[in-house]
Design a protein around this ligand. Sequence first.
Ligand code: M6R
Length: 611
Amino acid sequence: MCGIVGYIGPRDAYAVLINGLKRLEYRGYDSAGIALVNSKTRIYKCRGKVSDLEKYITGNDVSGNIGMGHTRWATHGEPNDINAHPHKSFHGKFVLIHNGIIENYARLKETLSETGIKFQSETDSEVLVNLIEHIYEQGNTSAEIAVRLALSKVIGAYGLVIACIDEPDKLIAARKGSPLVIGVGNNEYFLASDATPIIEYTKSVIYLNDDDVAIISKEGLVLKTLKNDPQTPRIHQLDLGIGEIDKGGYKHFMLKEIFEQPRSILDTFRGRVGADFNELHLGGLYNVIDRLVKARRIIIIGCGTSWHAGLVGEYLFEDLARISVEVEYASEFRYRHPIIEPDDVVIAISQSGETADTLAAVKLAKECGALVLGICNVVGSSIPRETDAGVYTHAGPEIGVASTKAFTAQVTVLAMMAILIGRKNNTLTDVQYRSYIKSLTEVPGKIEQILAQDDKYKNIASLYKLANNFLYLGRGYLFPVALEGALKLKEISYIHAEGYPAAEMKHGPIALIDHKMPVVVLATKDSSYEKIISNIQEVKARNGIVIAVVNEGETTIKNMADHVLEIPVTDNIFSPLLAVIPLQLVSYHIAVMRGCNVDQPRNLAKSVTVE
Ligand code: M6R
């Protein structure tokens, strides 16, 4: 995915655009560019990060009040200066920034090439800007009509901003499949892939829908569909403060987000937990609760960390509500002709609410008649708008590419849902219901205690920062945490790591164990505690290094393991919320010690809005 930003109004556009790109850089960071639009349109773009672009631009003319900017995550064409956006059309009439993929670009490129158009870049986006120019010139028409006609010929996804030099007081924006938000100020408009670049200027925003086209000038905004049907813009008020999108004194967003978890989970509870723990209110499910309680089966879909949260959800729904659950990678689910019945409930989990595979899986499940719910963090994003109902996690913006507080917020929502359904379908007694609610509300305080031991995690990191491999083992509720721990480590430190159900170790991974292999064993007290002790012994017998996450006061494992990391005791069903914190911090410190770019790991982007 890429980040796009646009501005039109009385301000110095360059300042708005460059600040906006810094806010959006988490979406892609292999190249960046800016265009200042007027009768003498200037485009500056280069490979590298936004800071490289800033250096590159220094000393150049950046005057003007209208412009657009882009930070790229490469899909078509390697990251280089030429493939960077904005892209200009062959005859120089149009300038465009684009987030998404034009799937039929090869065929369009061939047809356009036959008319004599020469392409500079390898990108699909340059094909689109040329298609628009071609239609504009052939049809002798307006920029807006050319954009609408061109987009109706395009297969794929786009969030885009385009300017035409013949109409230099205007920006045209359009969306299909890739997010686009318009900020509405006083005689000024801001465009961005999400609200973070907009929040410091205005809280009034319009979320574009698929097939919307916005024609924006200083005088006003006209919203219509691709087919030219007028739309009434709905203005939403953002509930987001500027402090929430800054690093707040931390060295990295990831560290800030790890330390925010006690507060972000409290925000997930806010307004949902009755004062004396006798009630849970999930307003977003109010209209669908009967269908949910009667569900024959729950199918949970997601990708990456959200999929791991879904695995925890499987244990929760099966234990607390006795509903059968399947957890699927959205990317597999959507392509394997799944059997979905009308009395199934599909729950899509996504921090960003924009992950392409999850969004497509949601659409498929809806077509099959299932009730489709969302558990998302970004308010107003595509998945919550596509689903029948859902619950926002309200964890606040997550900027670090490695997901941390989103995971704990997702698990918190899943726990609340499972407790609520379990009570409604009488799987849980009232006493159990209240006891679980109370125990869940104690989690933030317990996370504070874990965070206070950060020096221990730093110490483990310093001992094993040079390891080439890590193994993570867990059973039951802690198996998904083992997967999540391994994902955190590999994505930010580039150390190969694997998560396994502890009992599976004997079926293969045990062959990897030697004196150089750190094995993180999640070994809190539960019904399989004795078995995990056996697993630890098996690792030690092969000279592996055991780093065990145990409950406070534990002594048996302390005598066996090389290191123990203690976490407070909680109900087993909430143990993922605590056990994941040391793993997040150990990964973070290892990545920092290895000199990795923690917030922007190589090859990754915050959300994957392409297949
Ligand atoms: O925004 P989503 O939750 O849908 O994103 C899903 C994954 O792309 C995401 O969790 C990814 O795996 C993270 N880099 C994990 O830290």
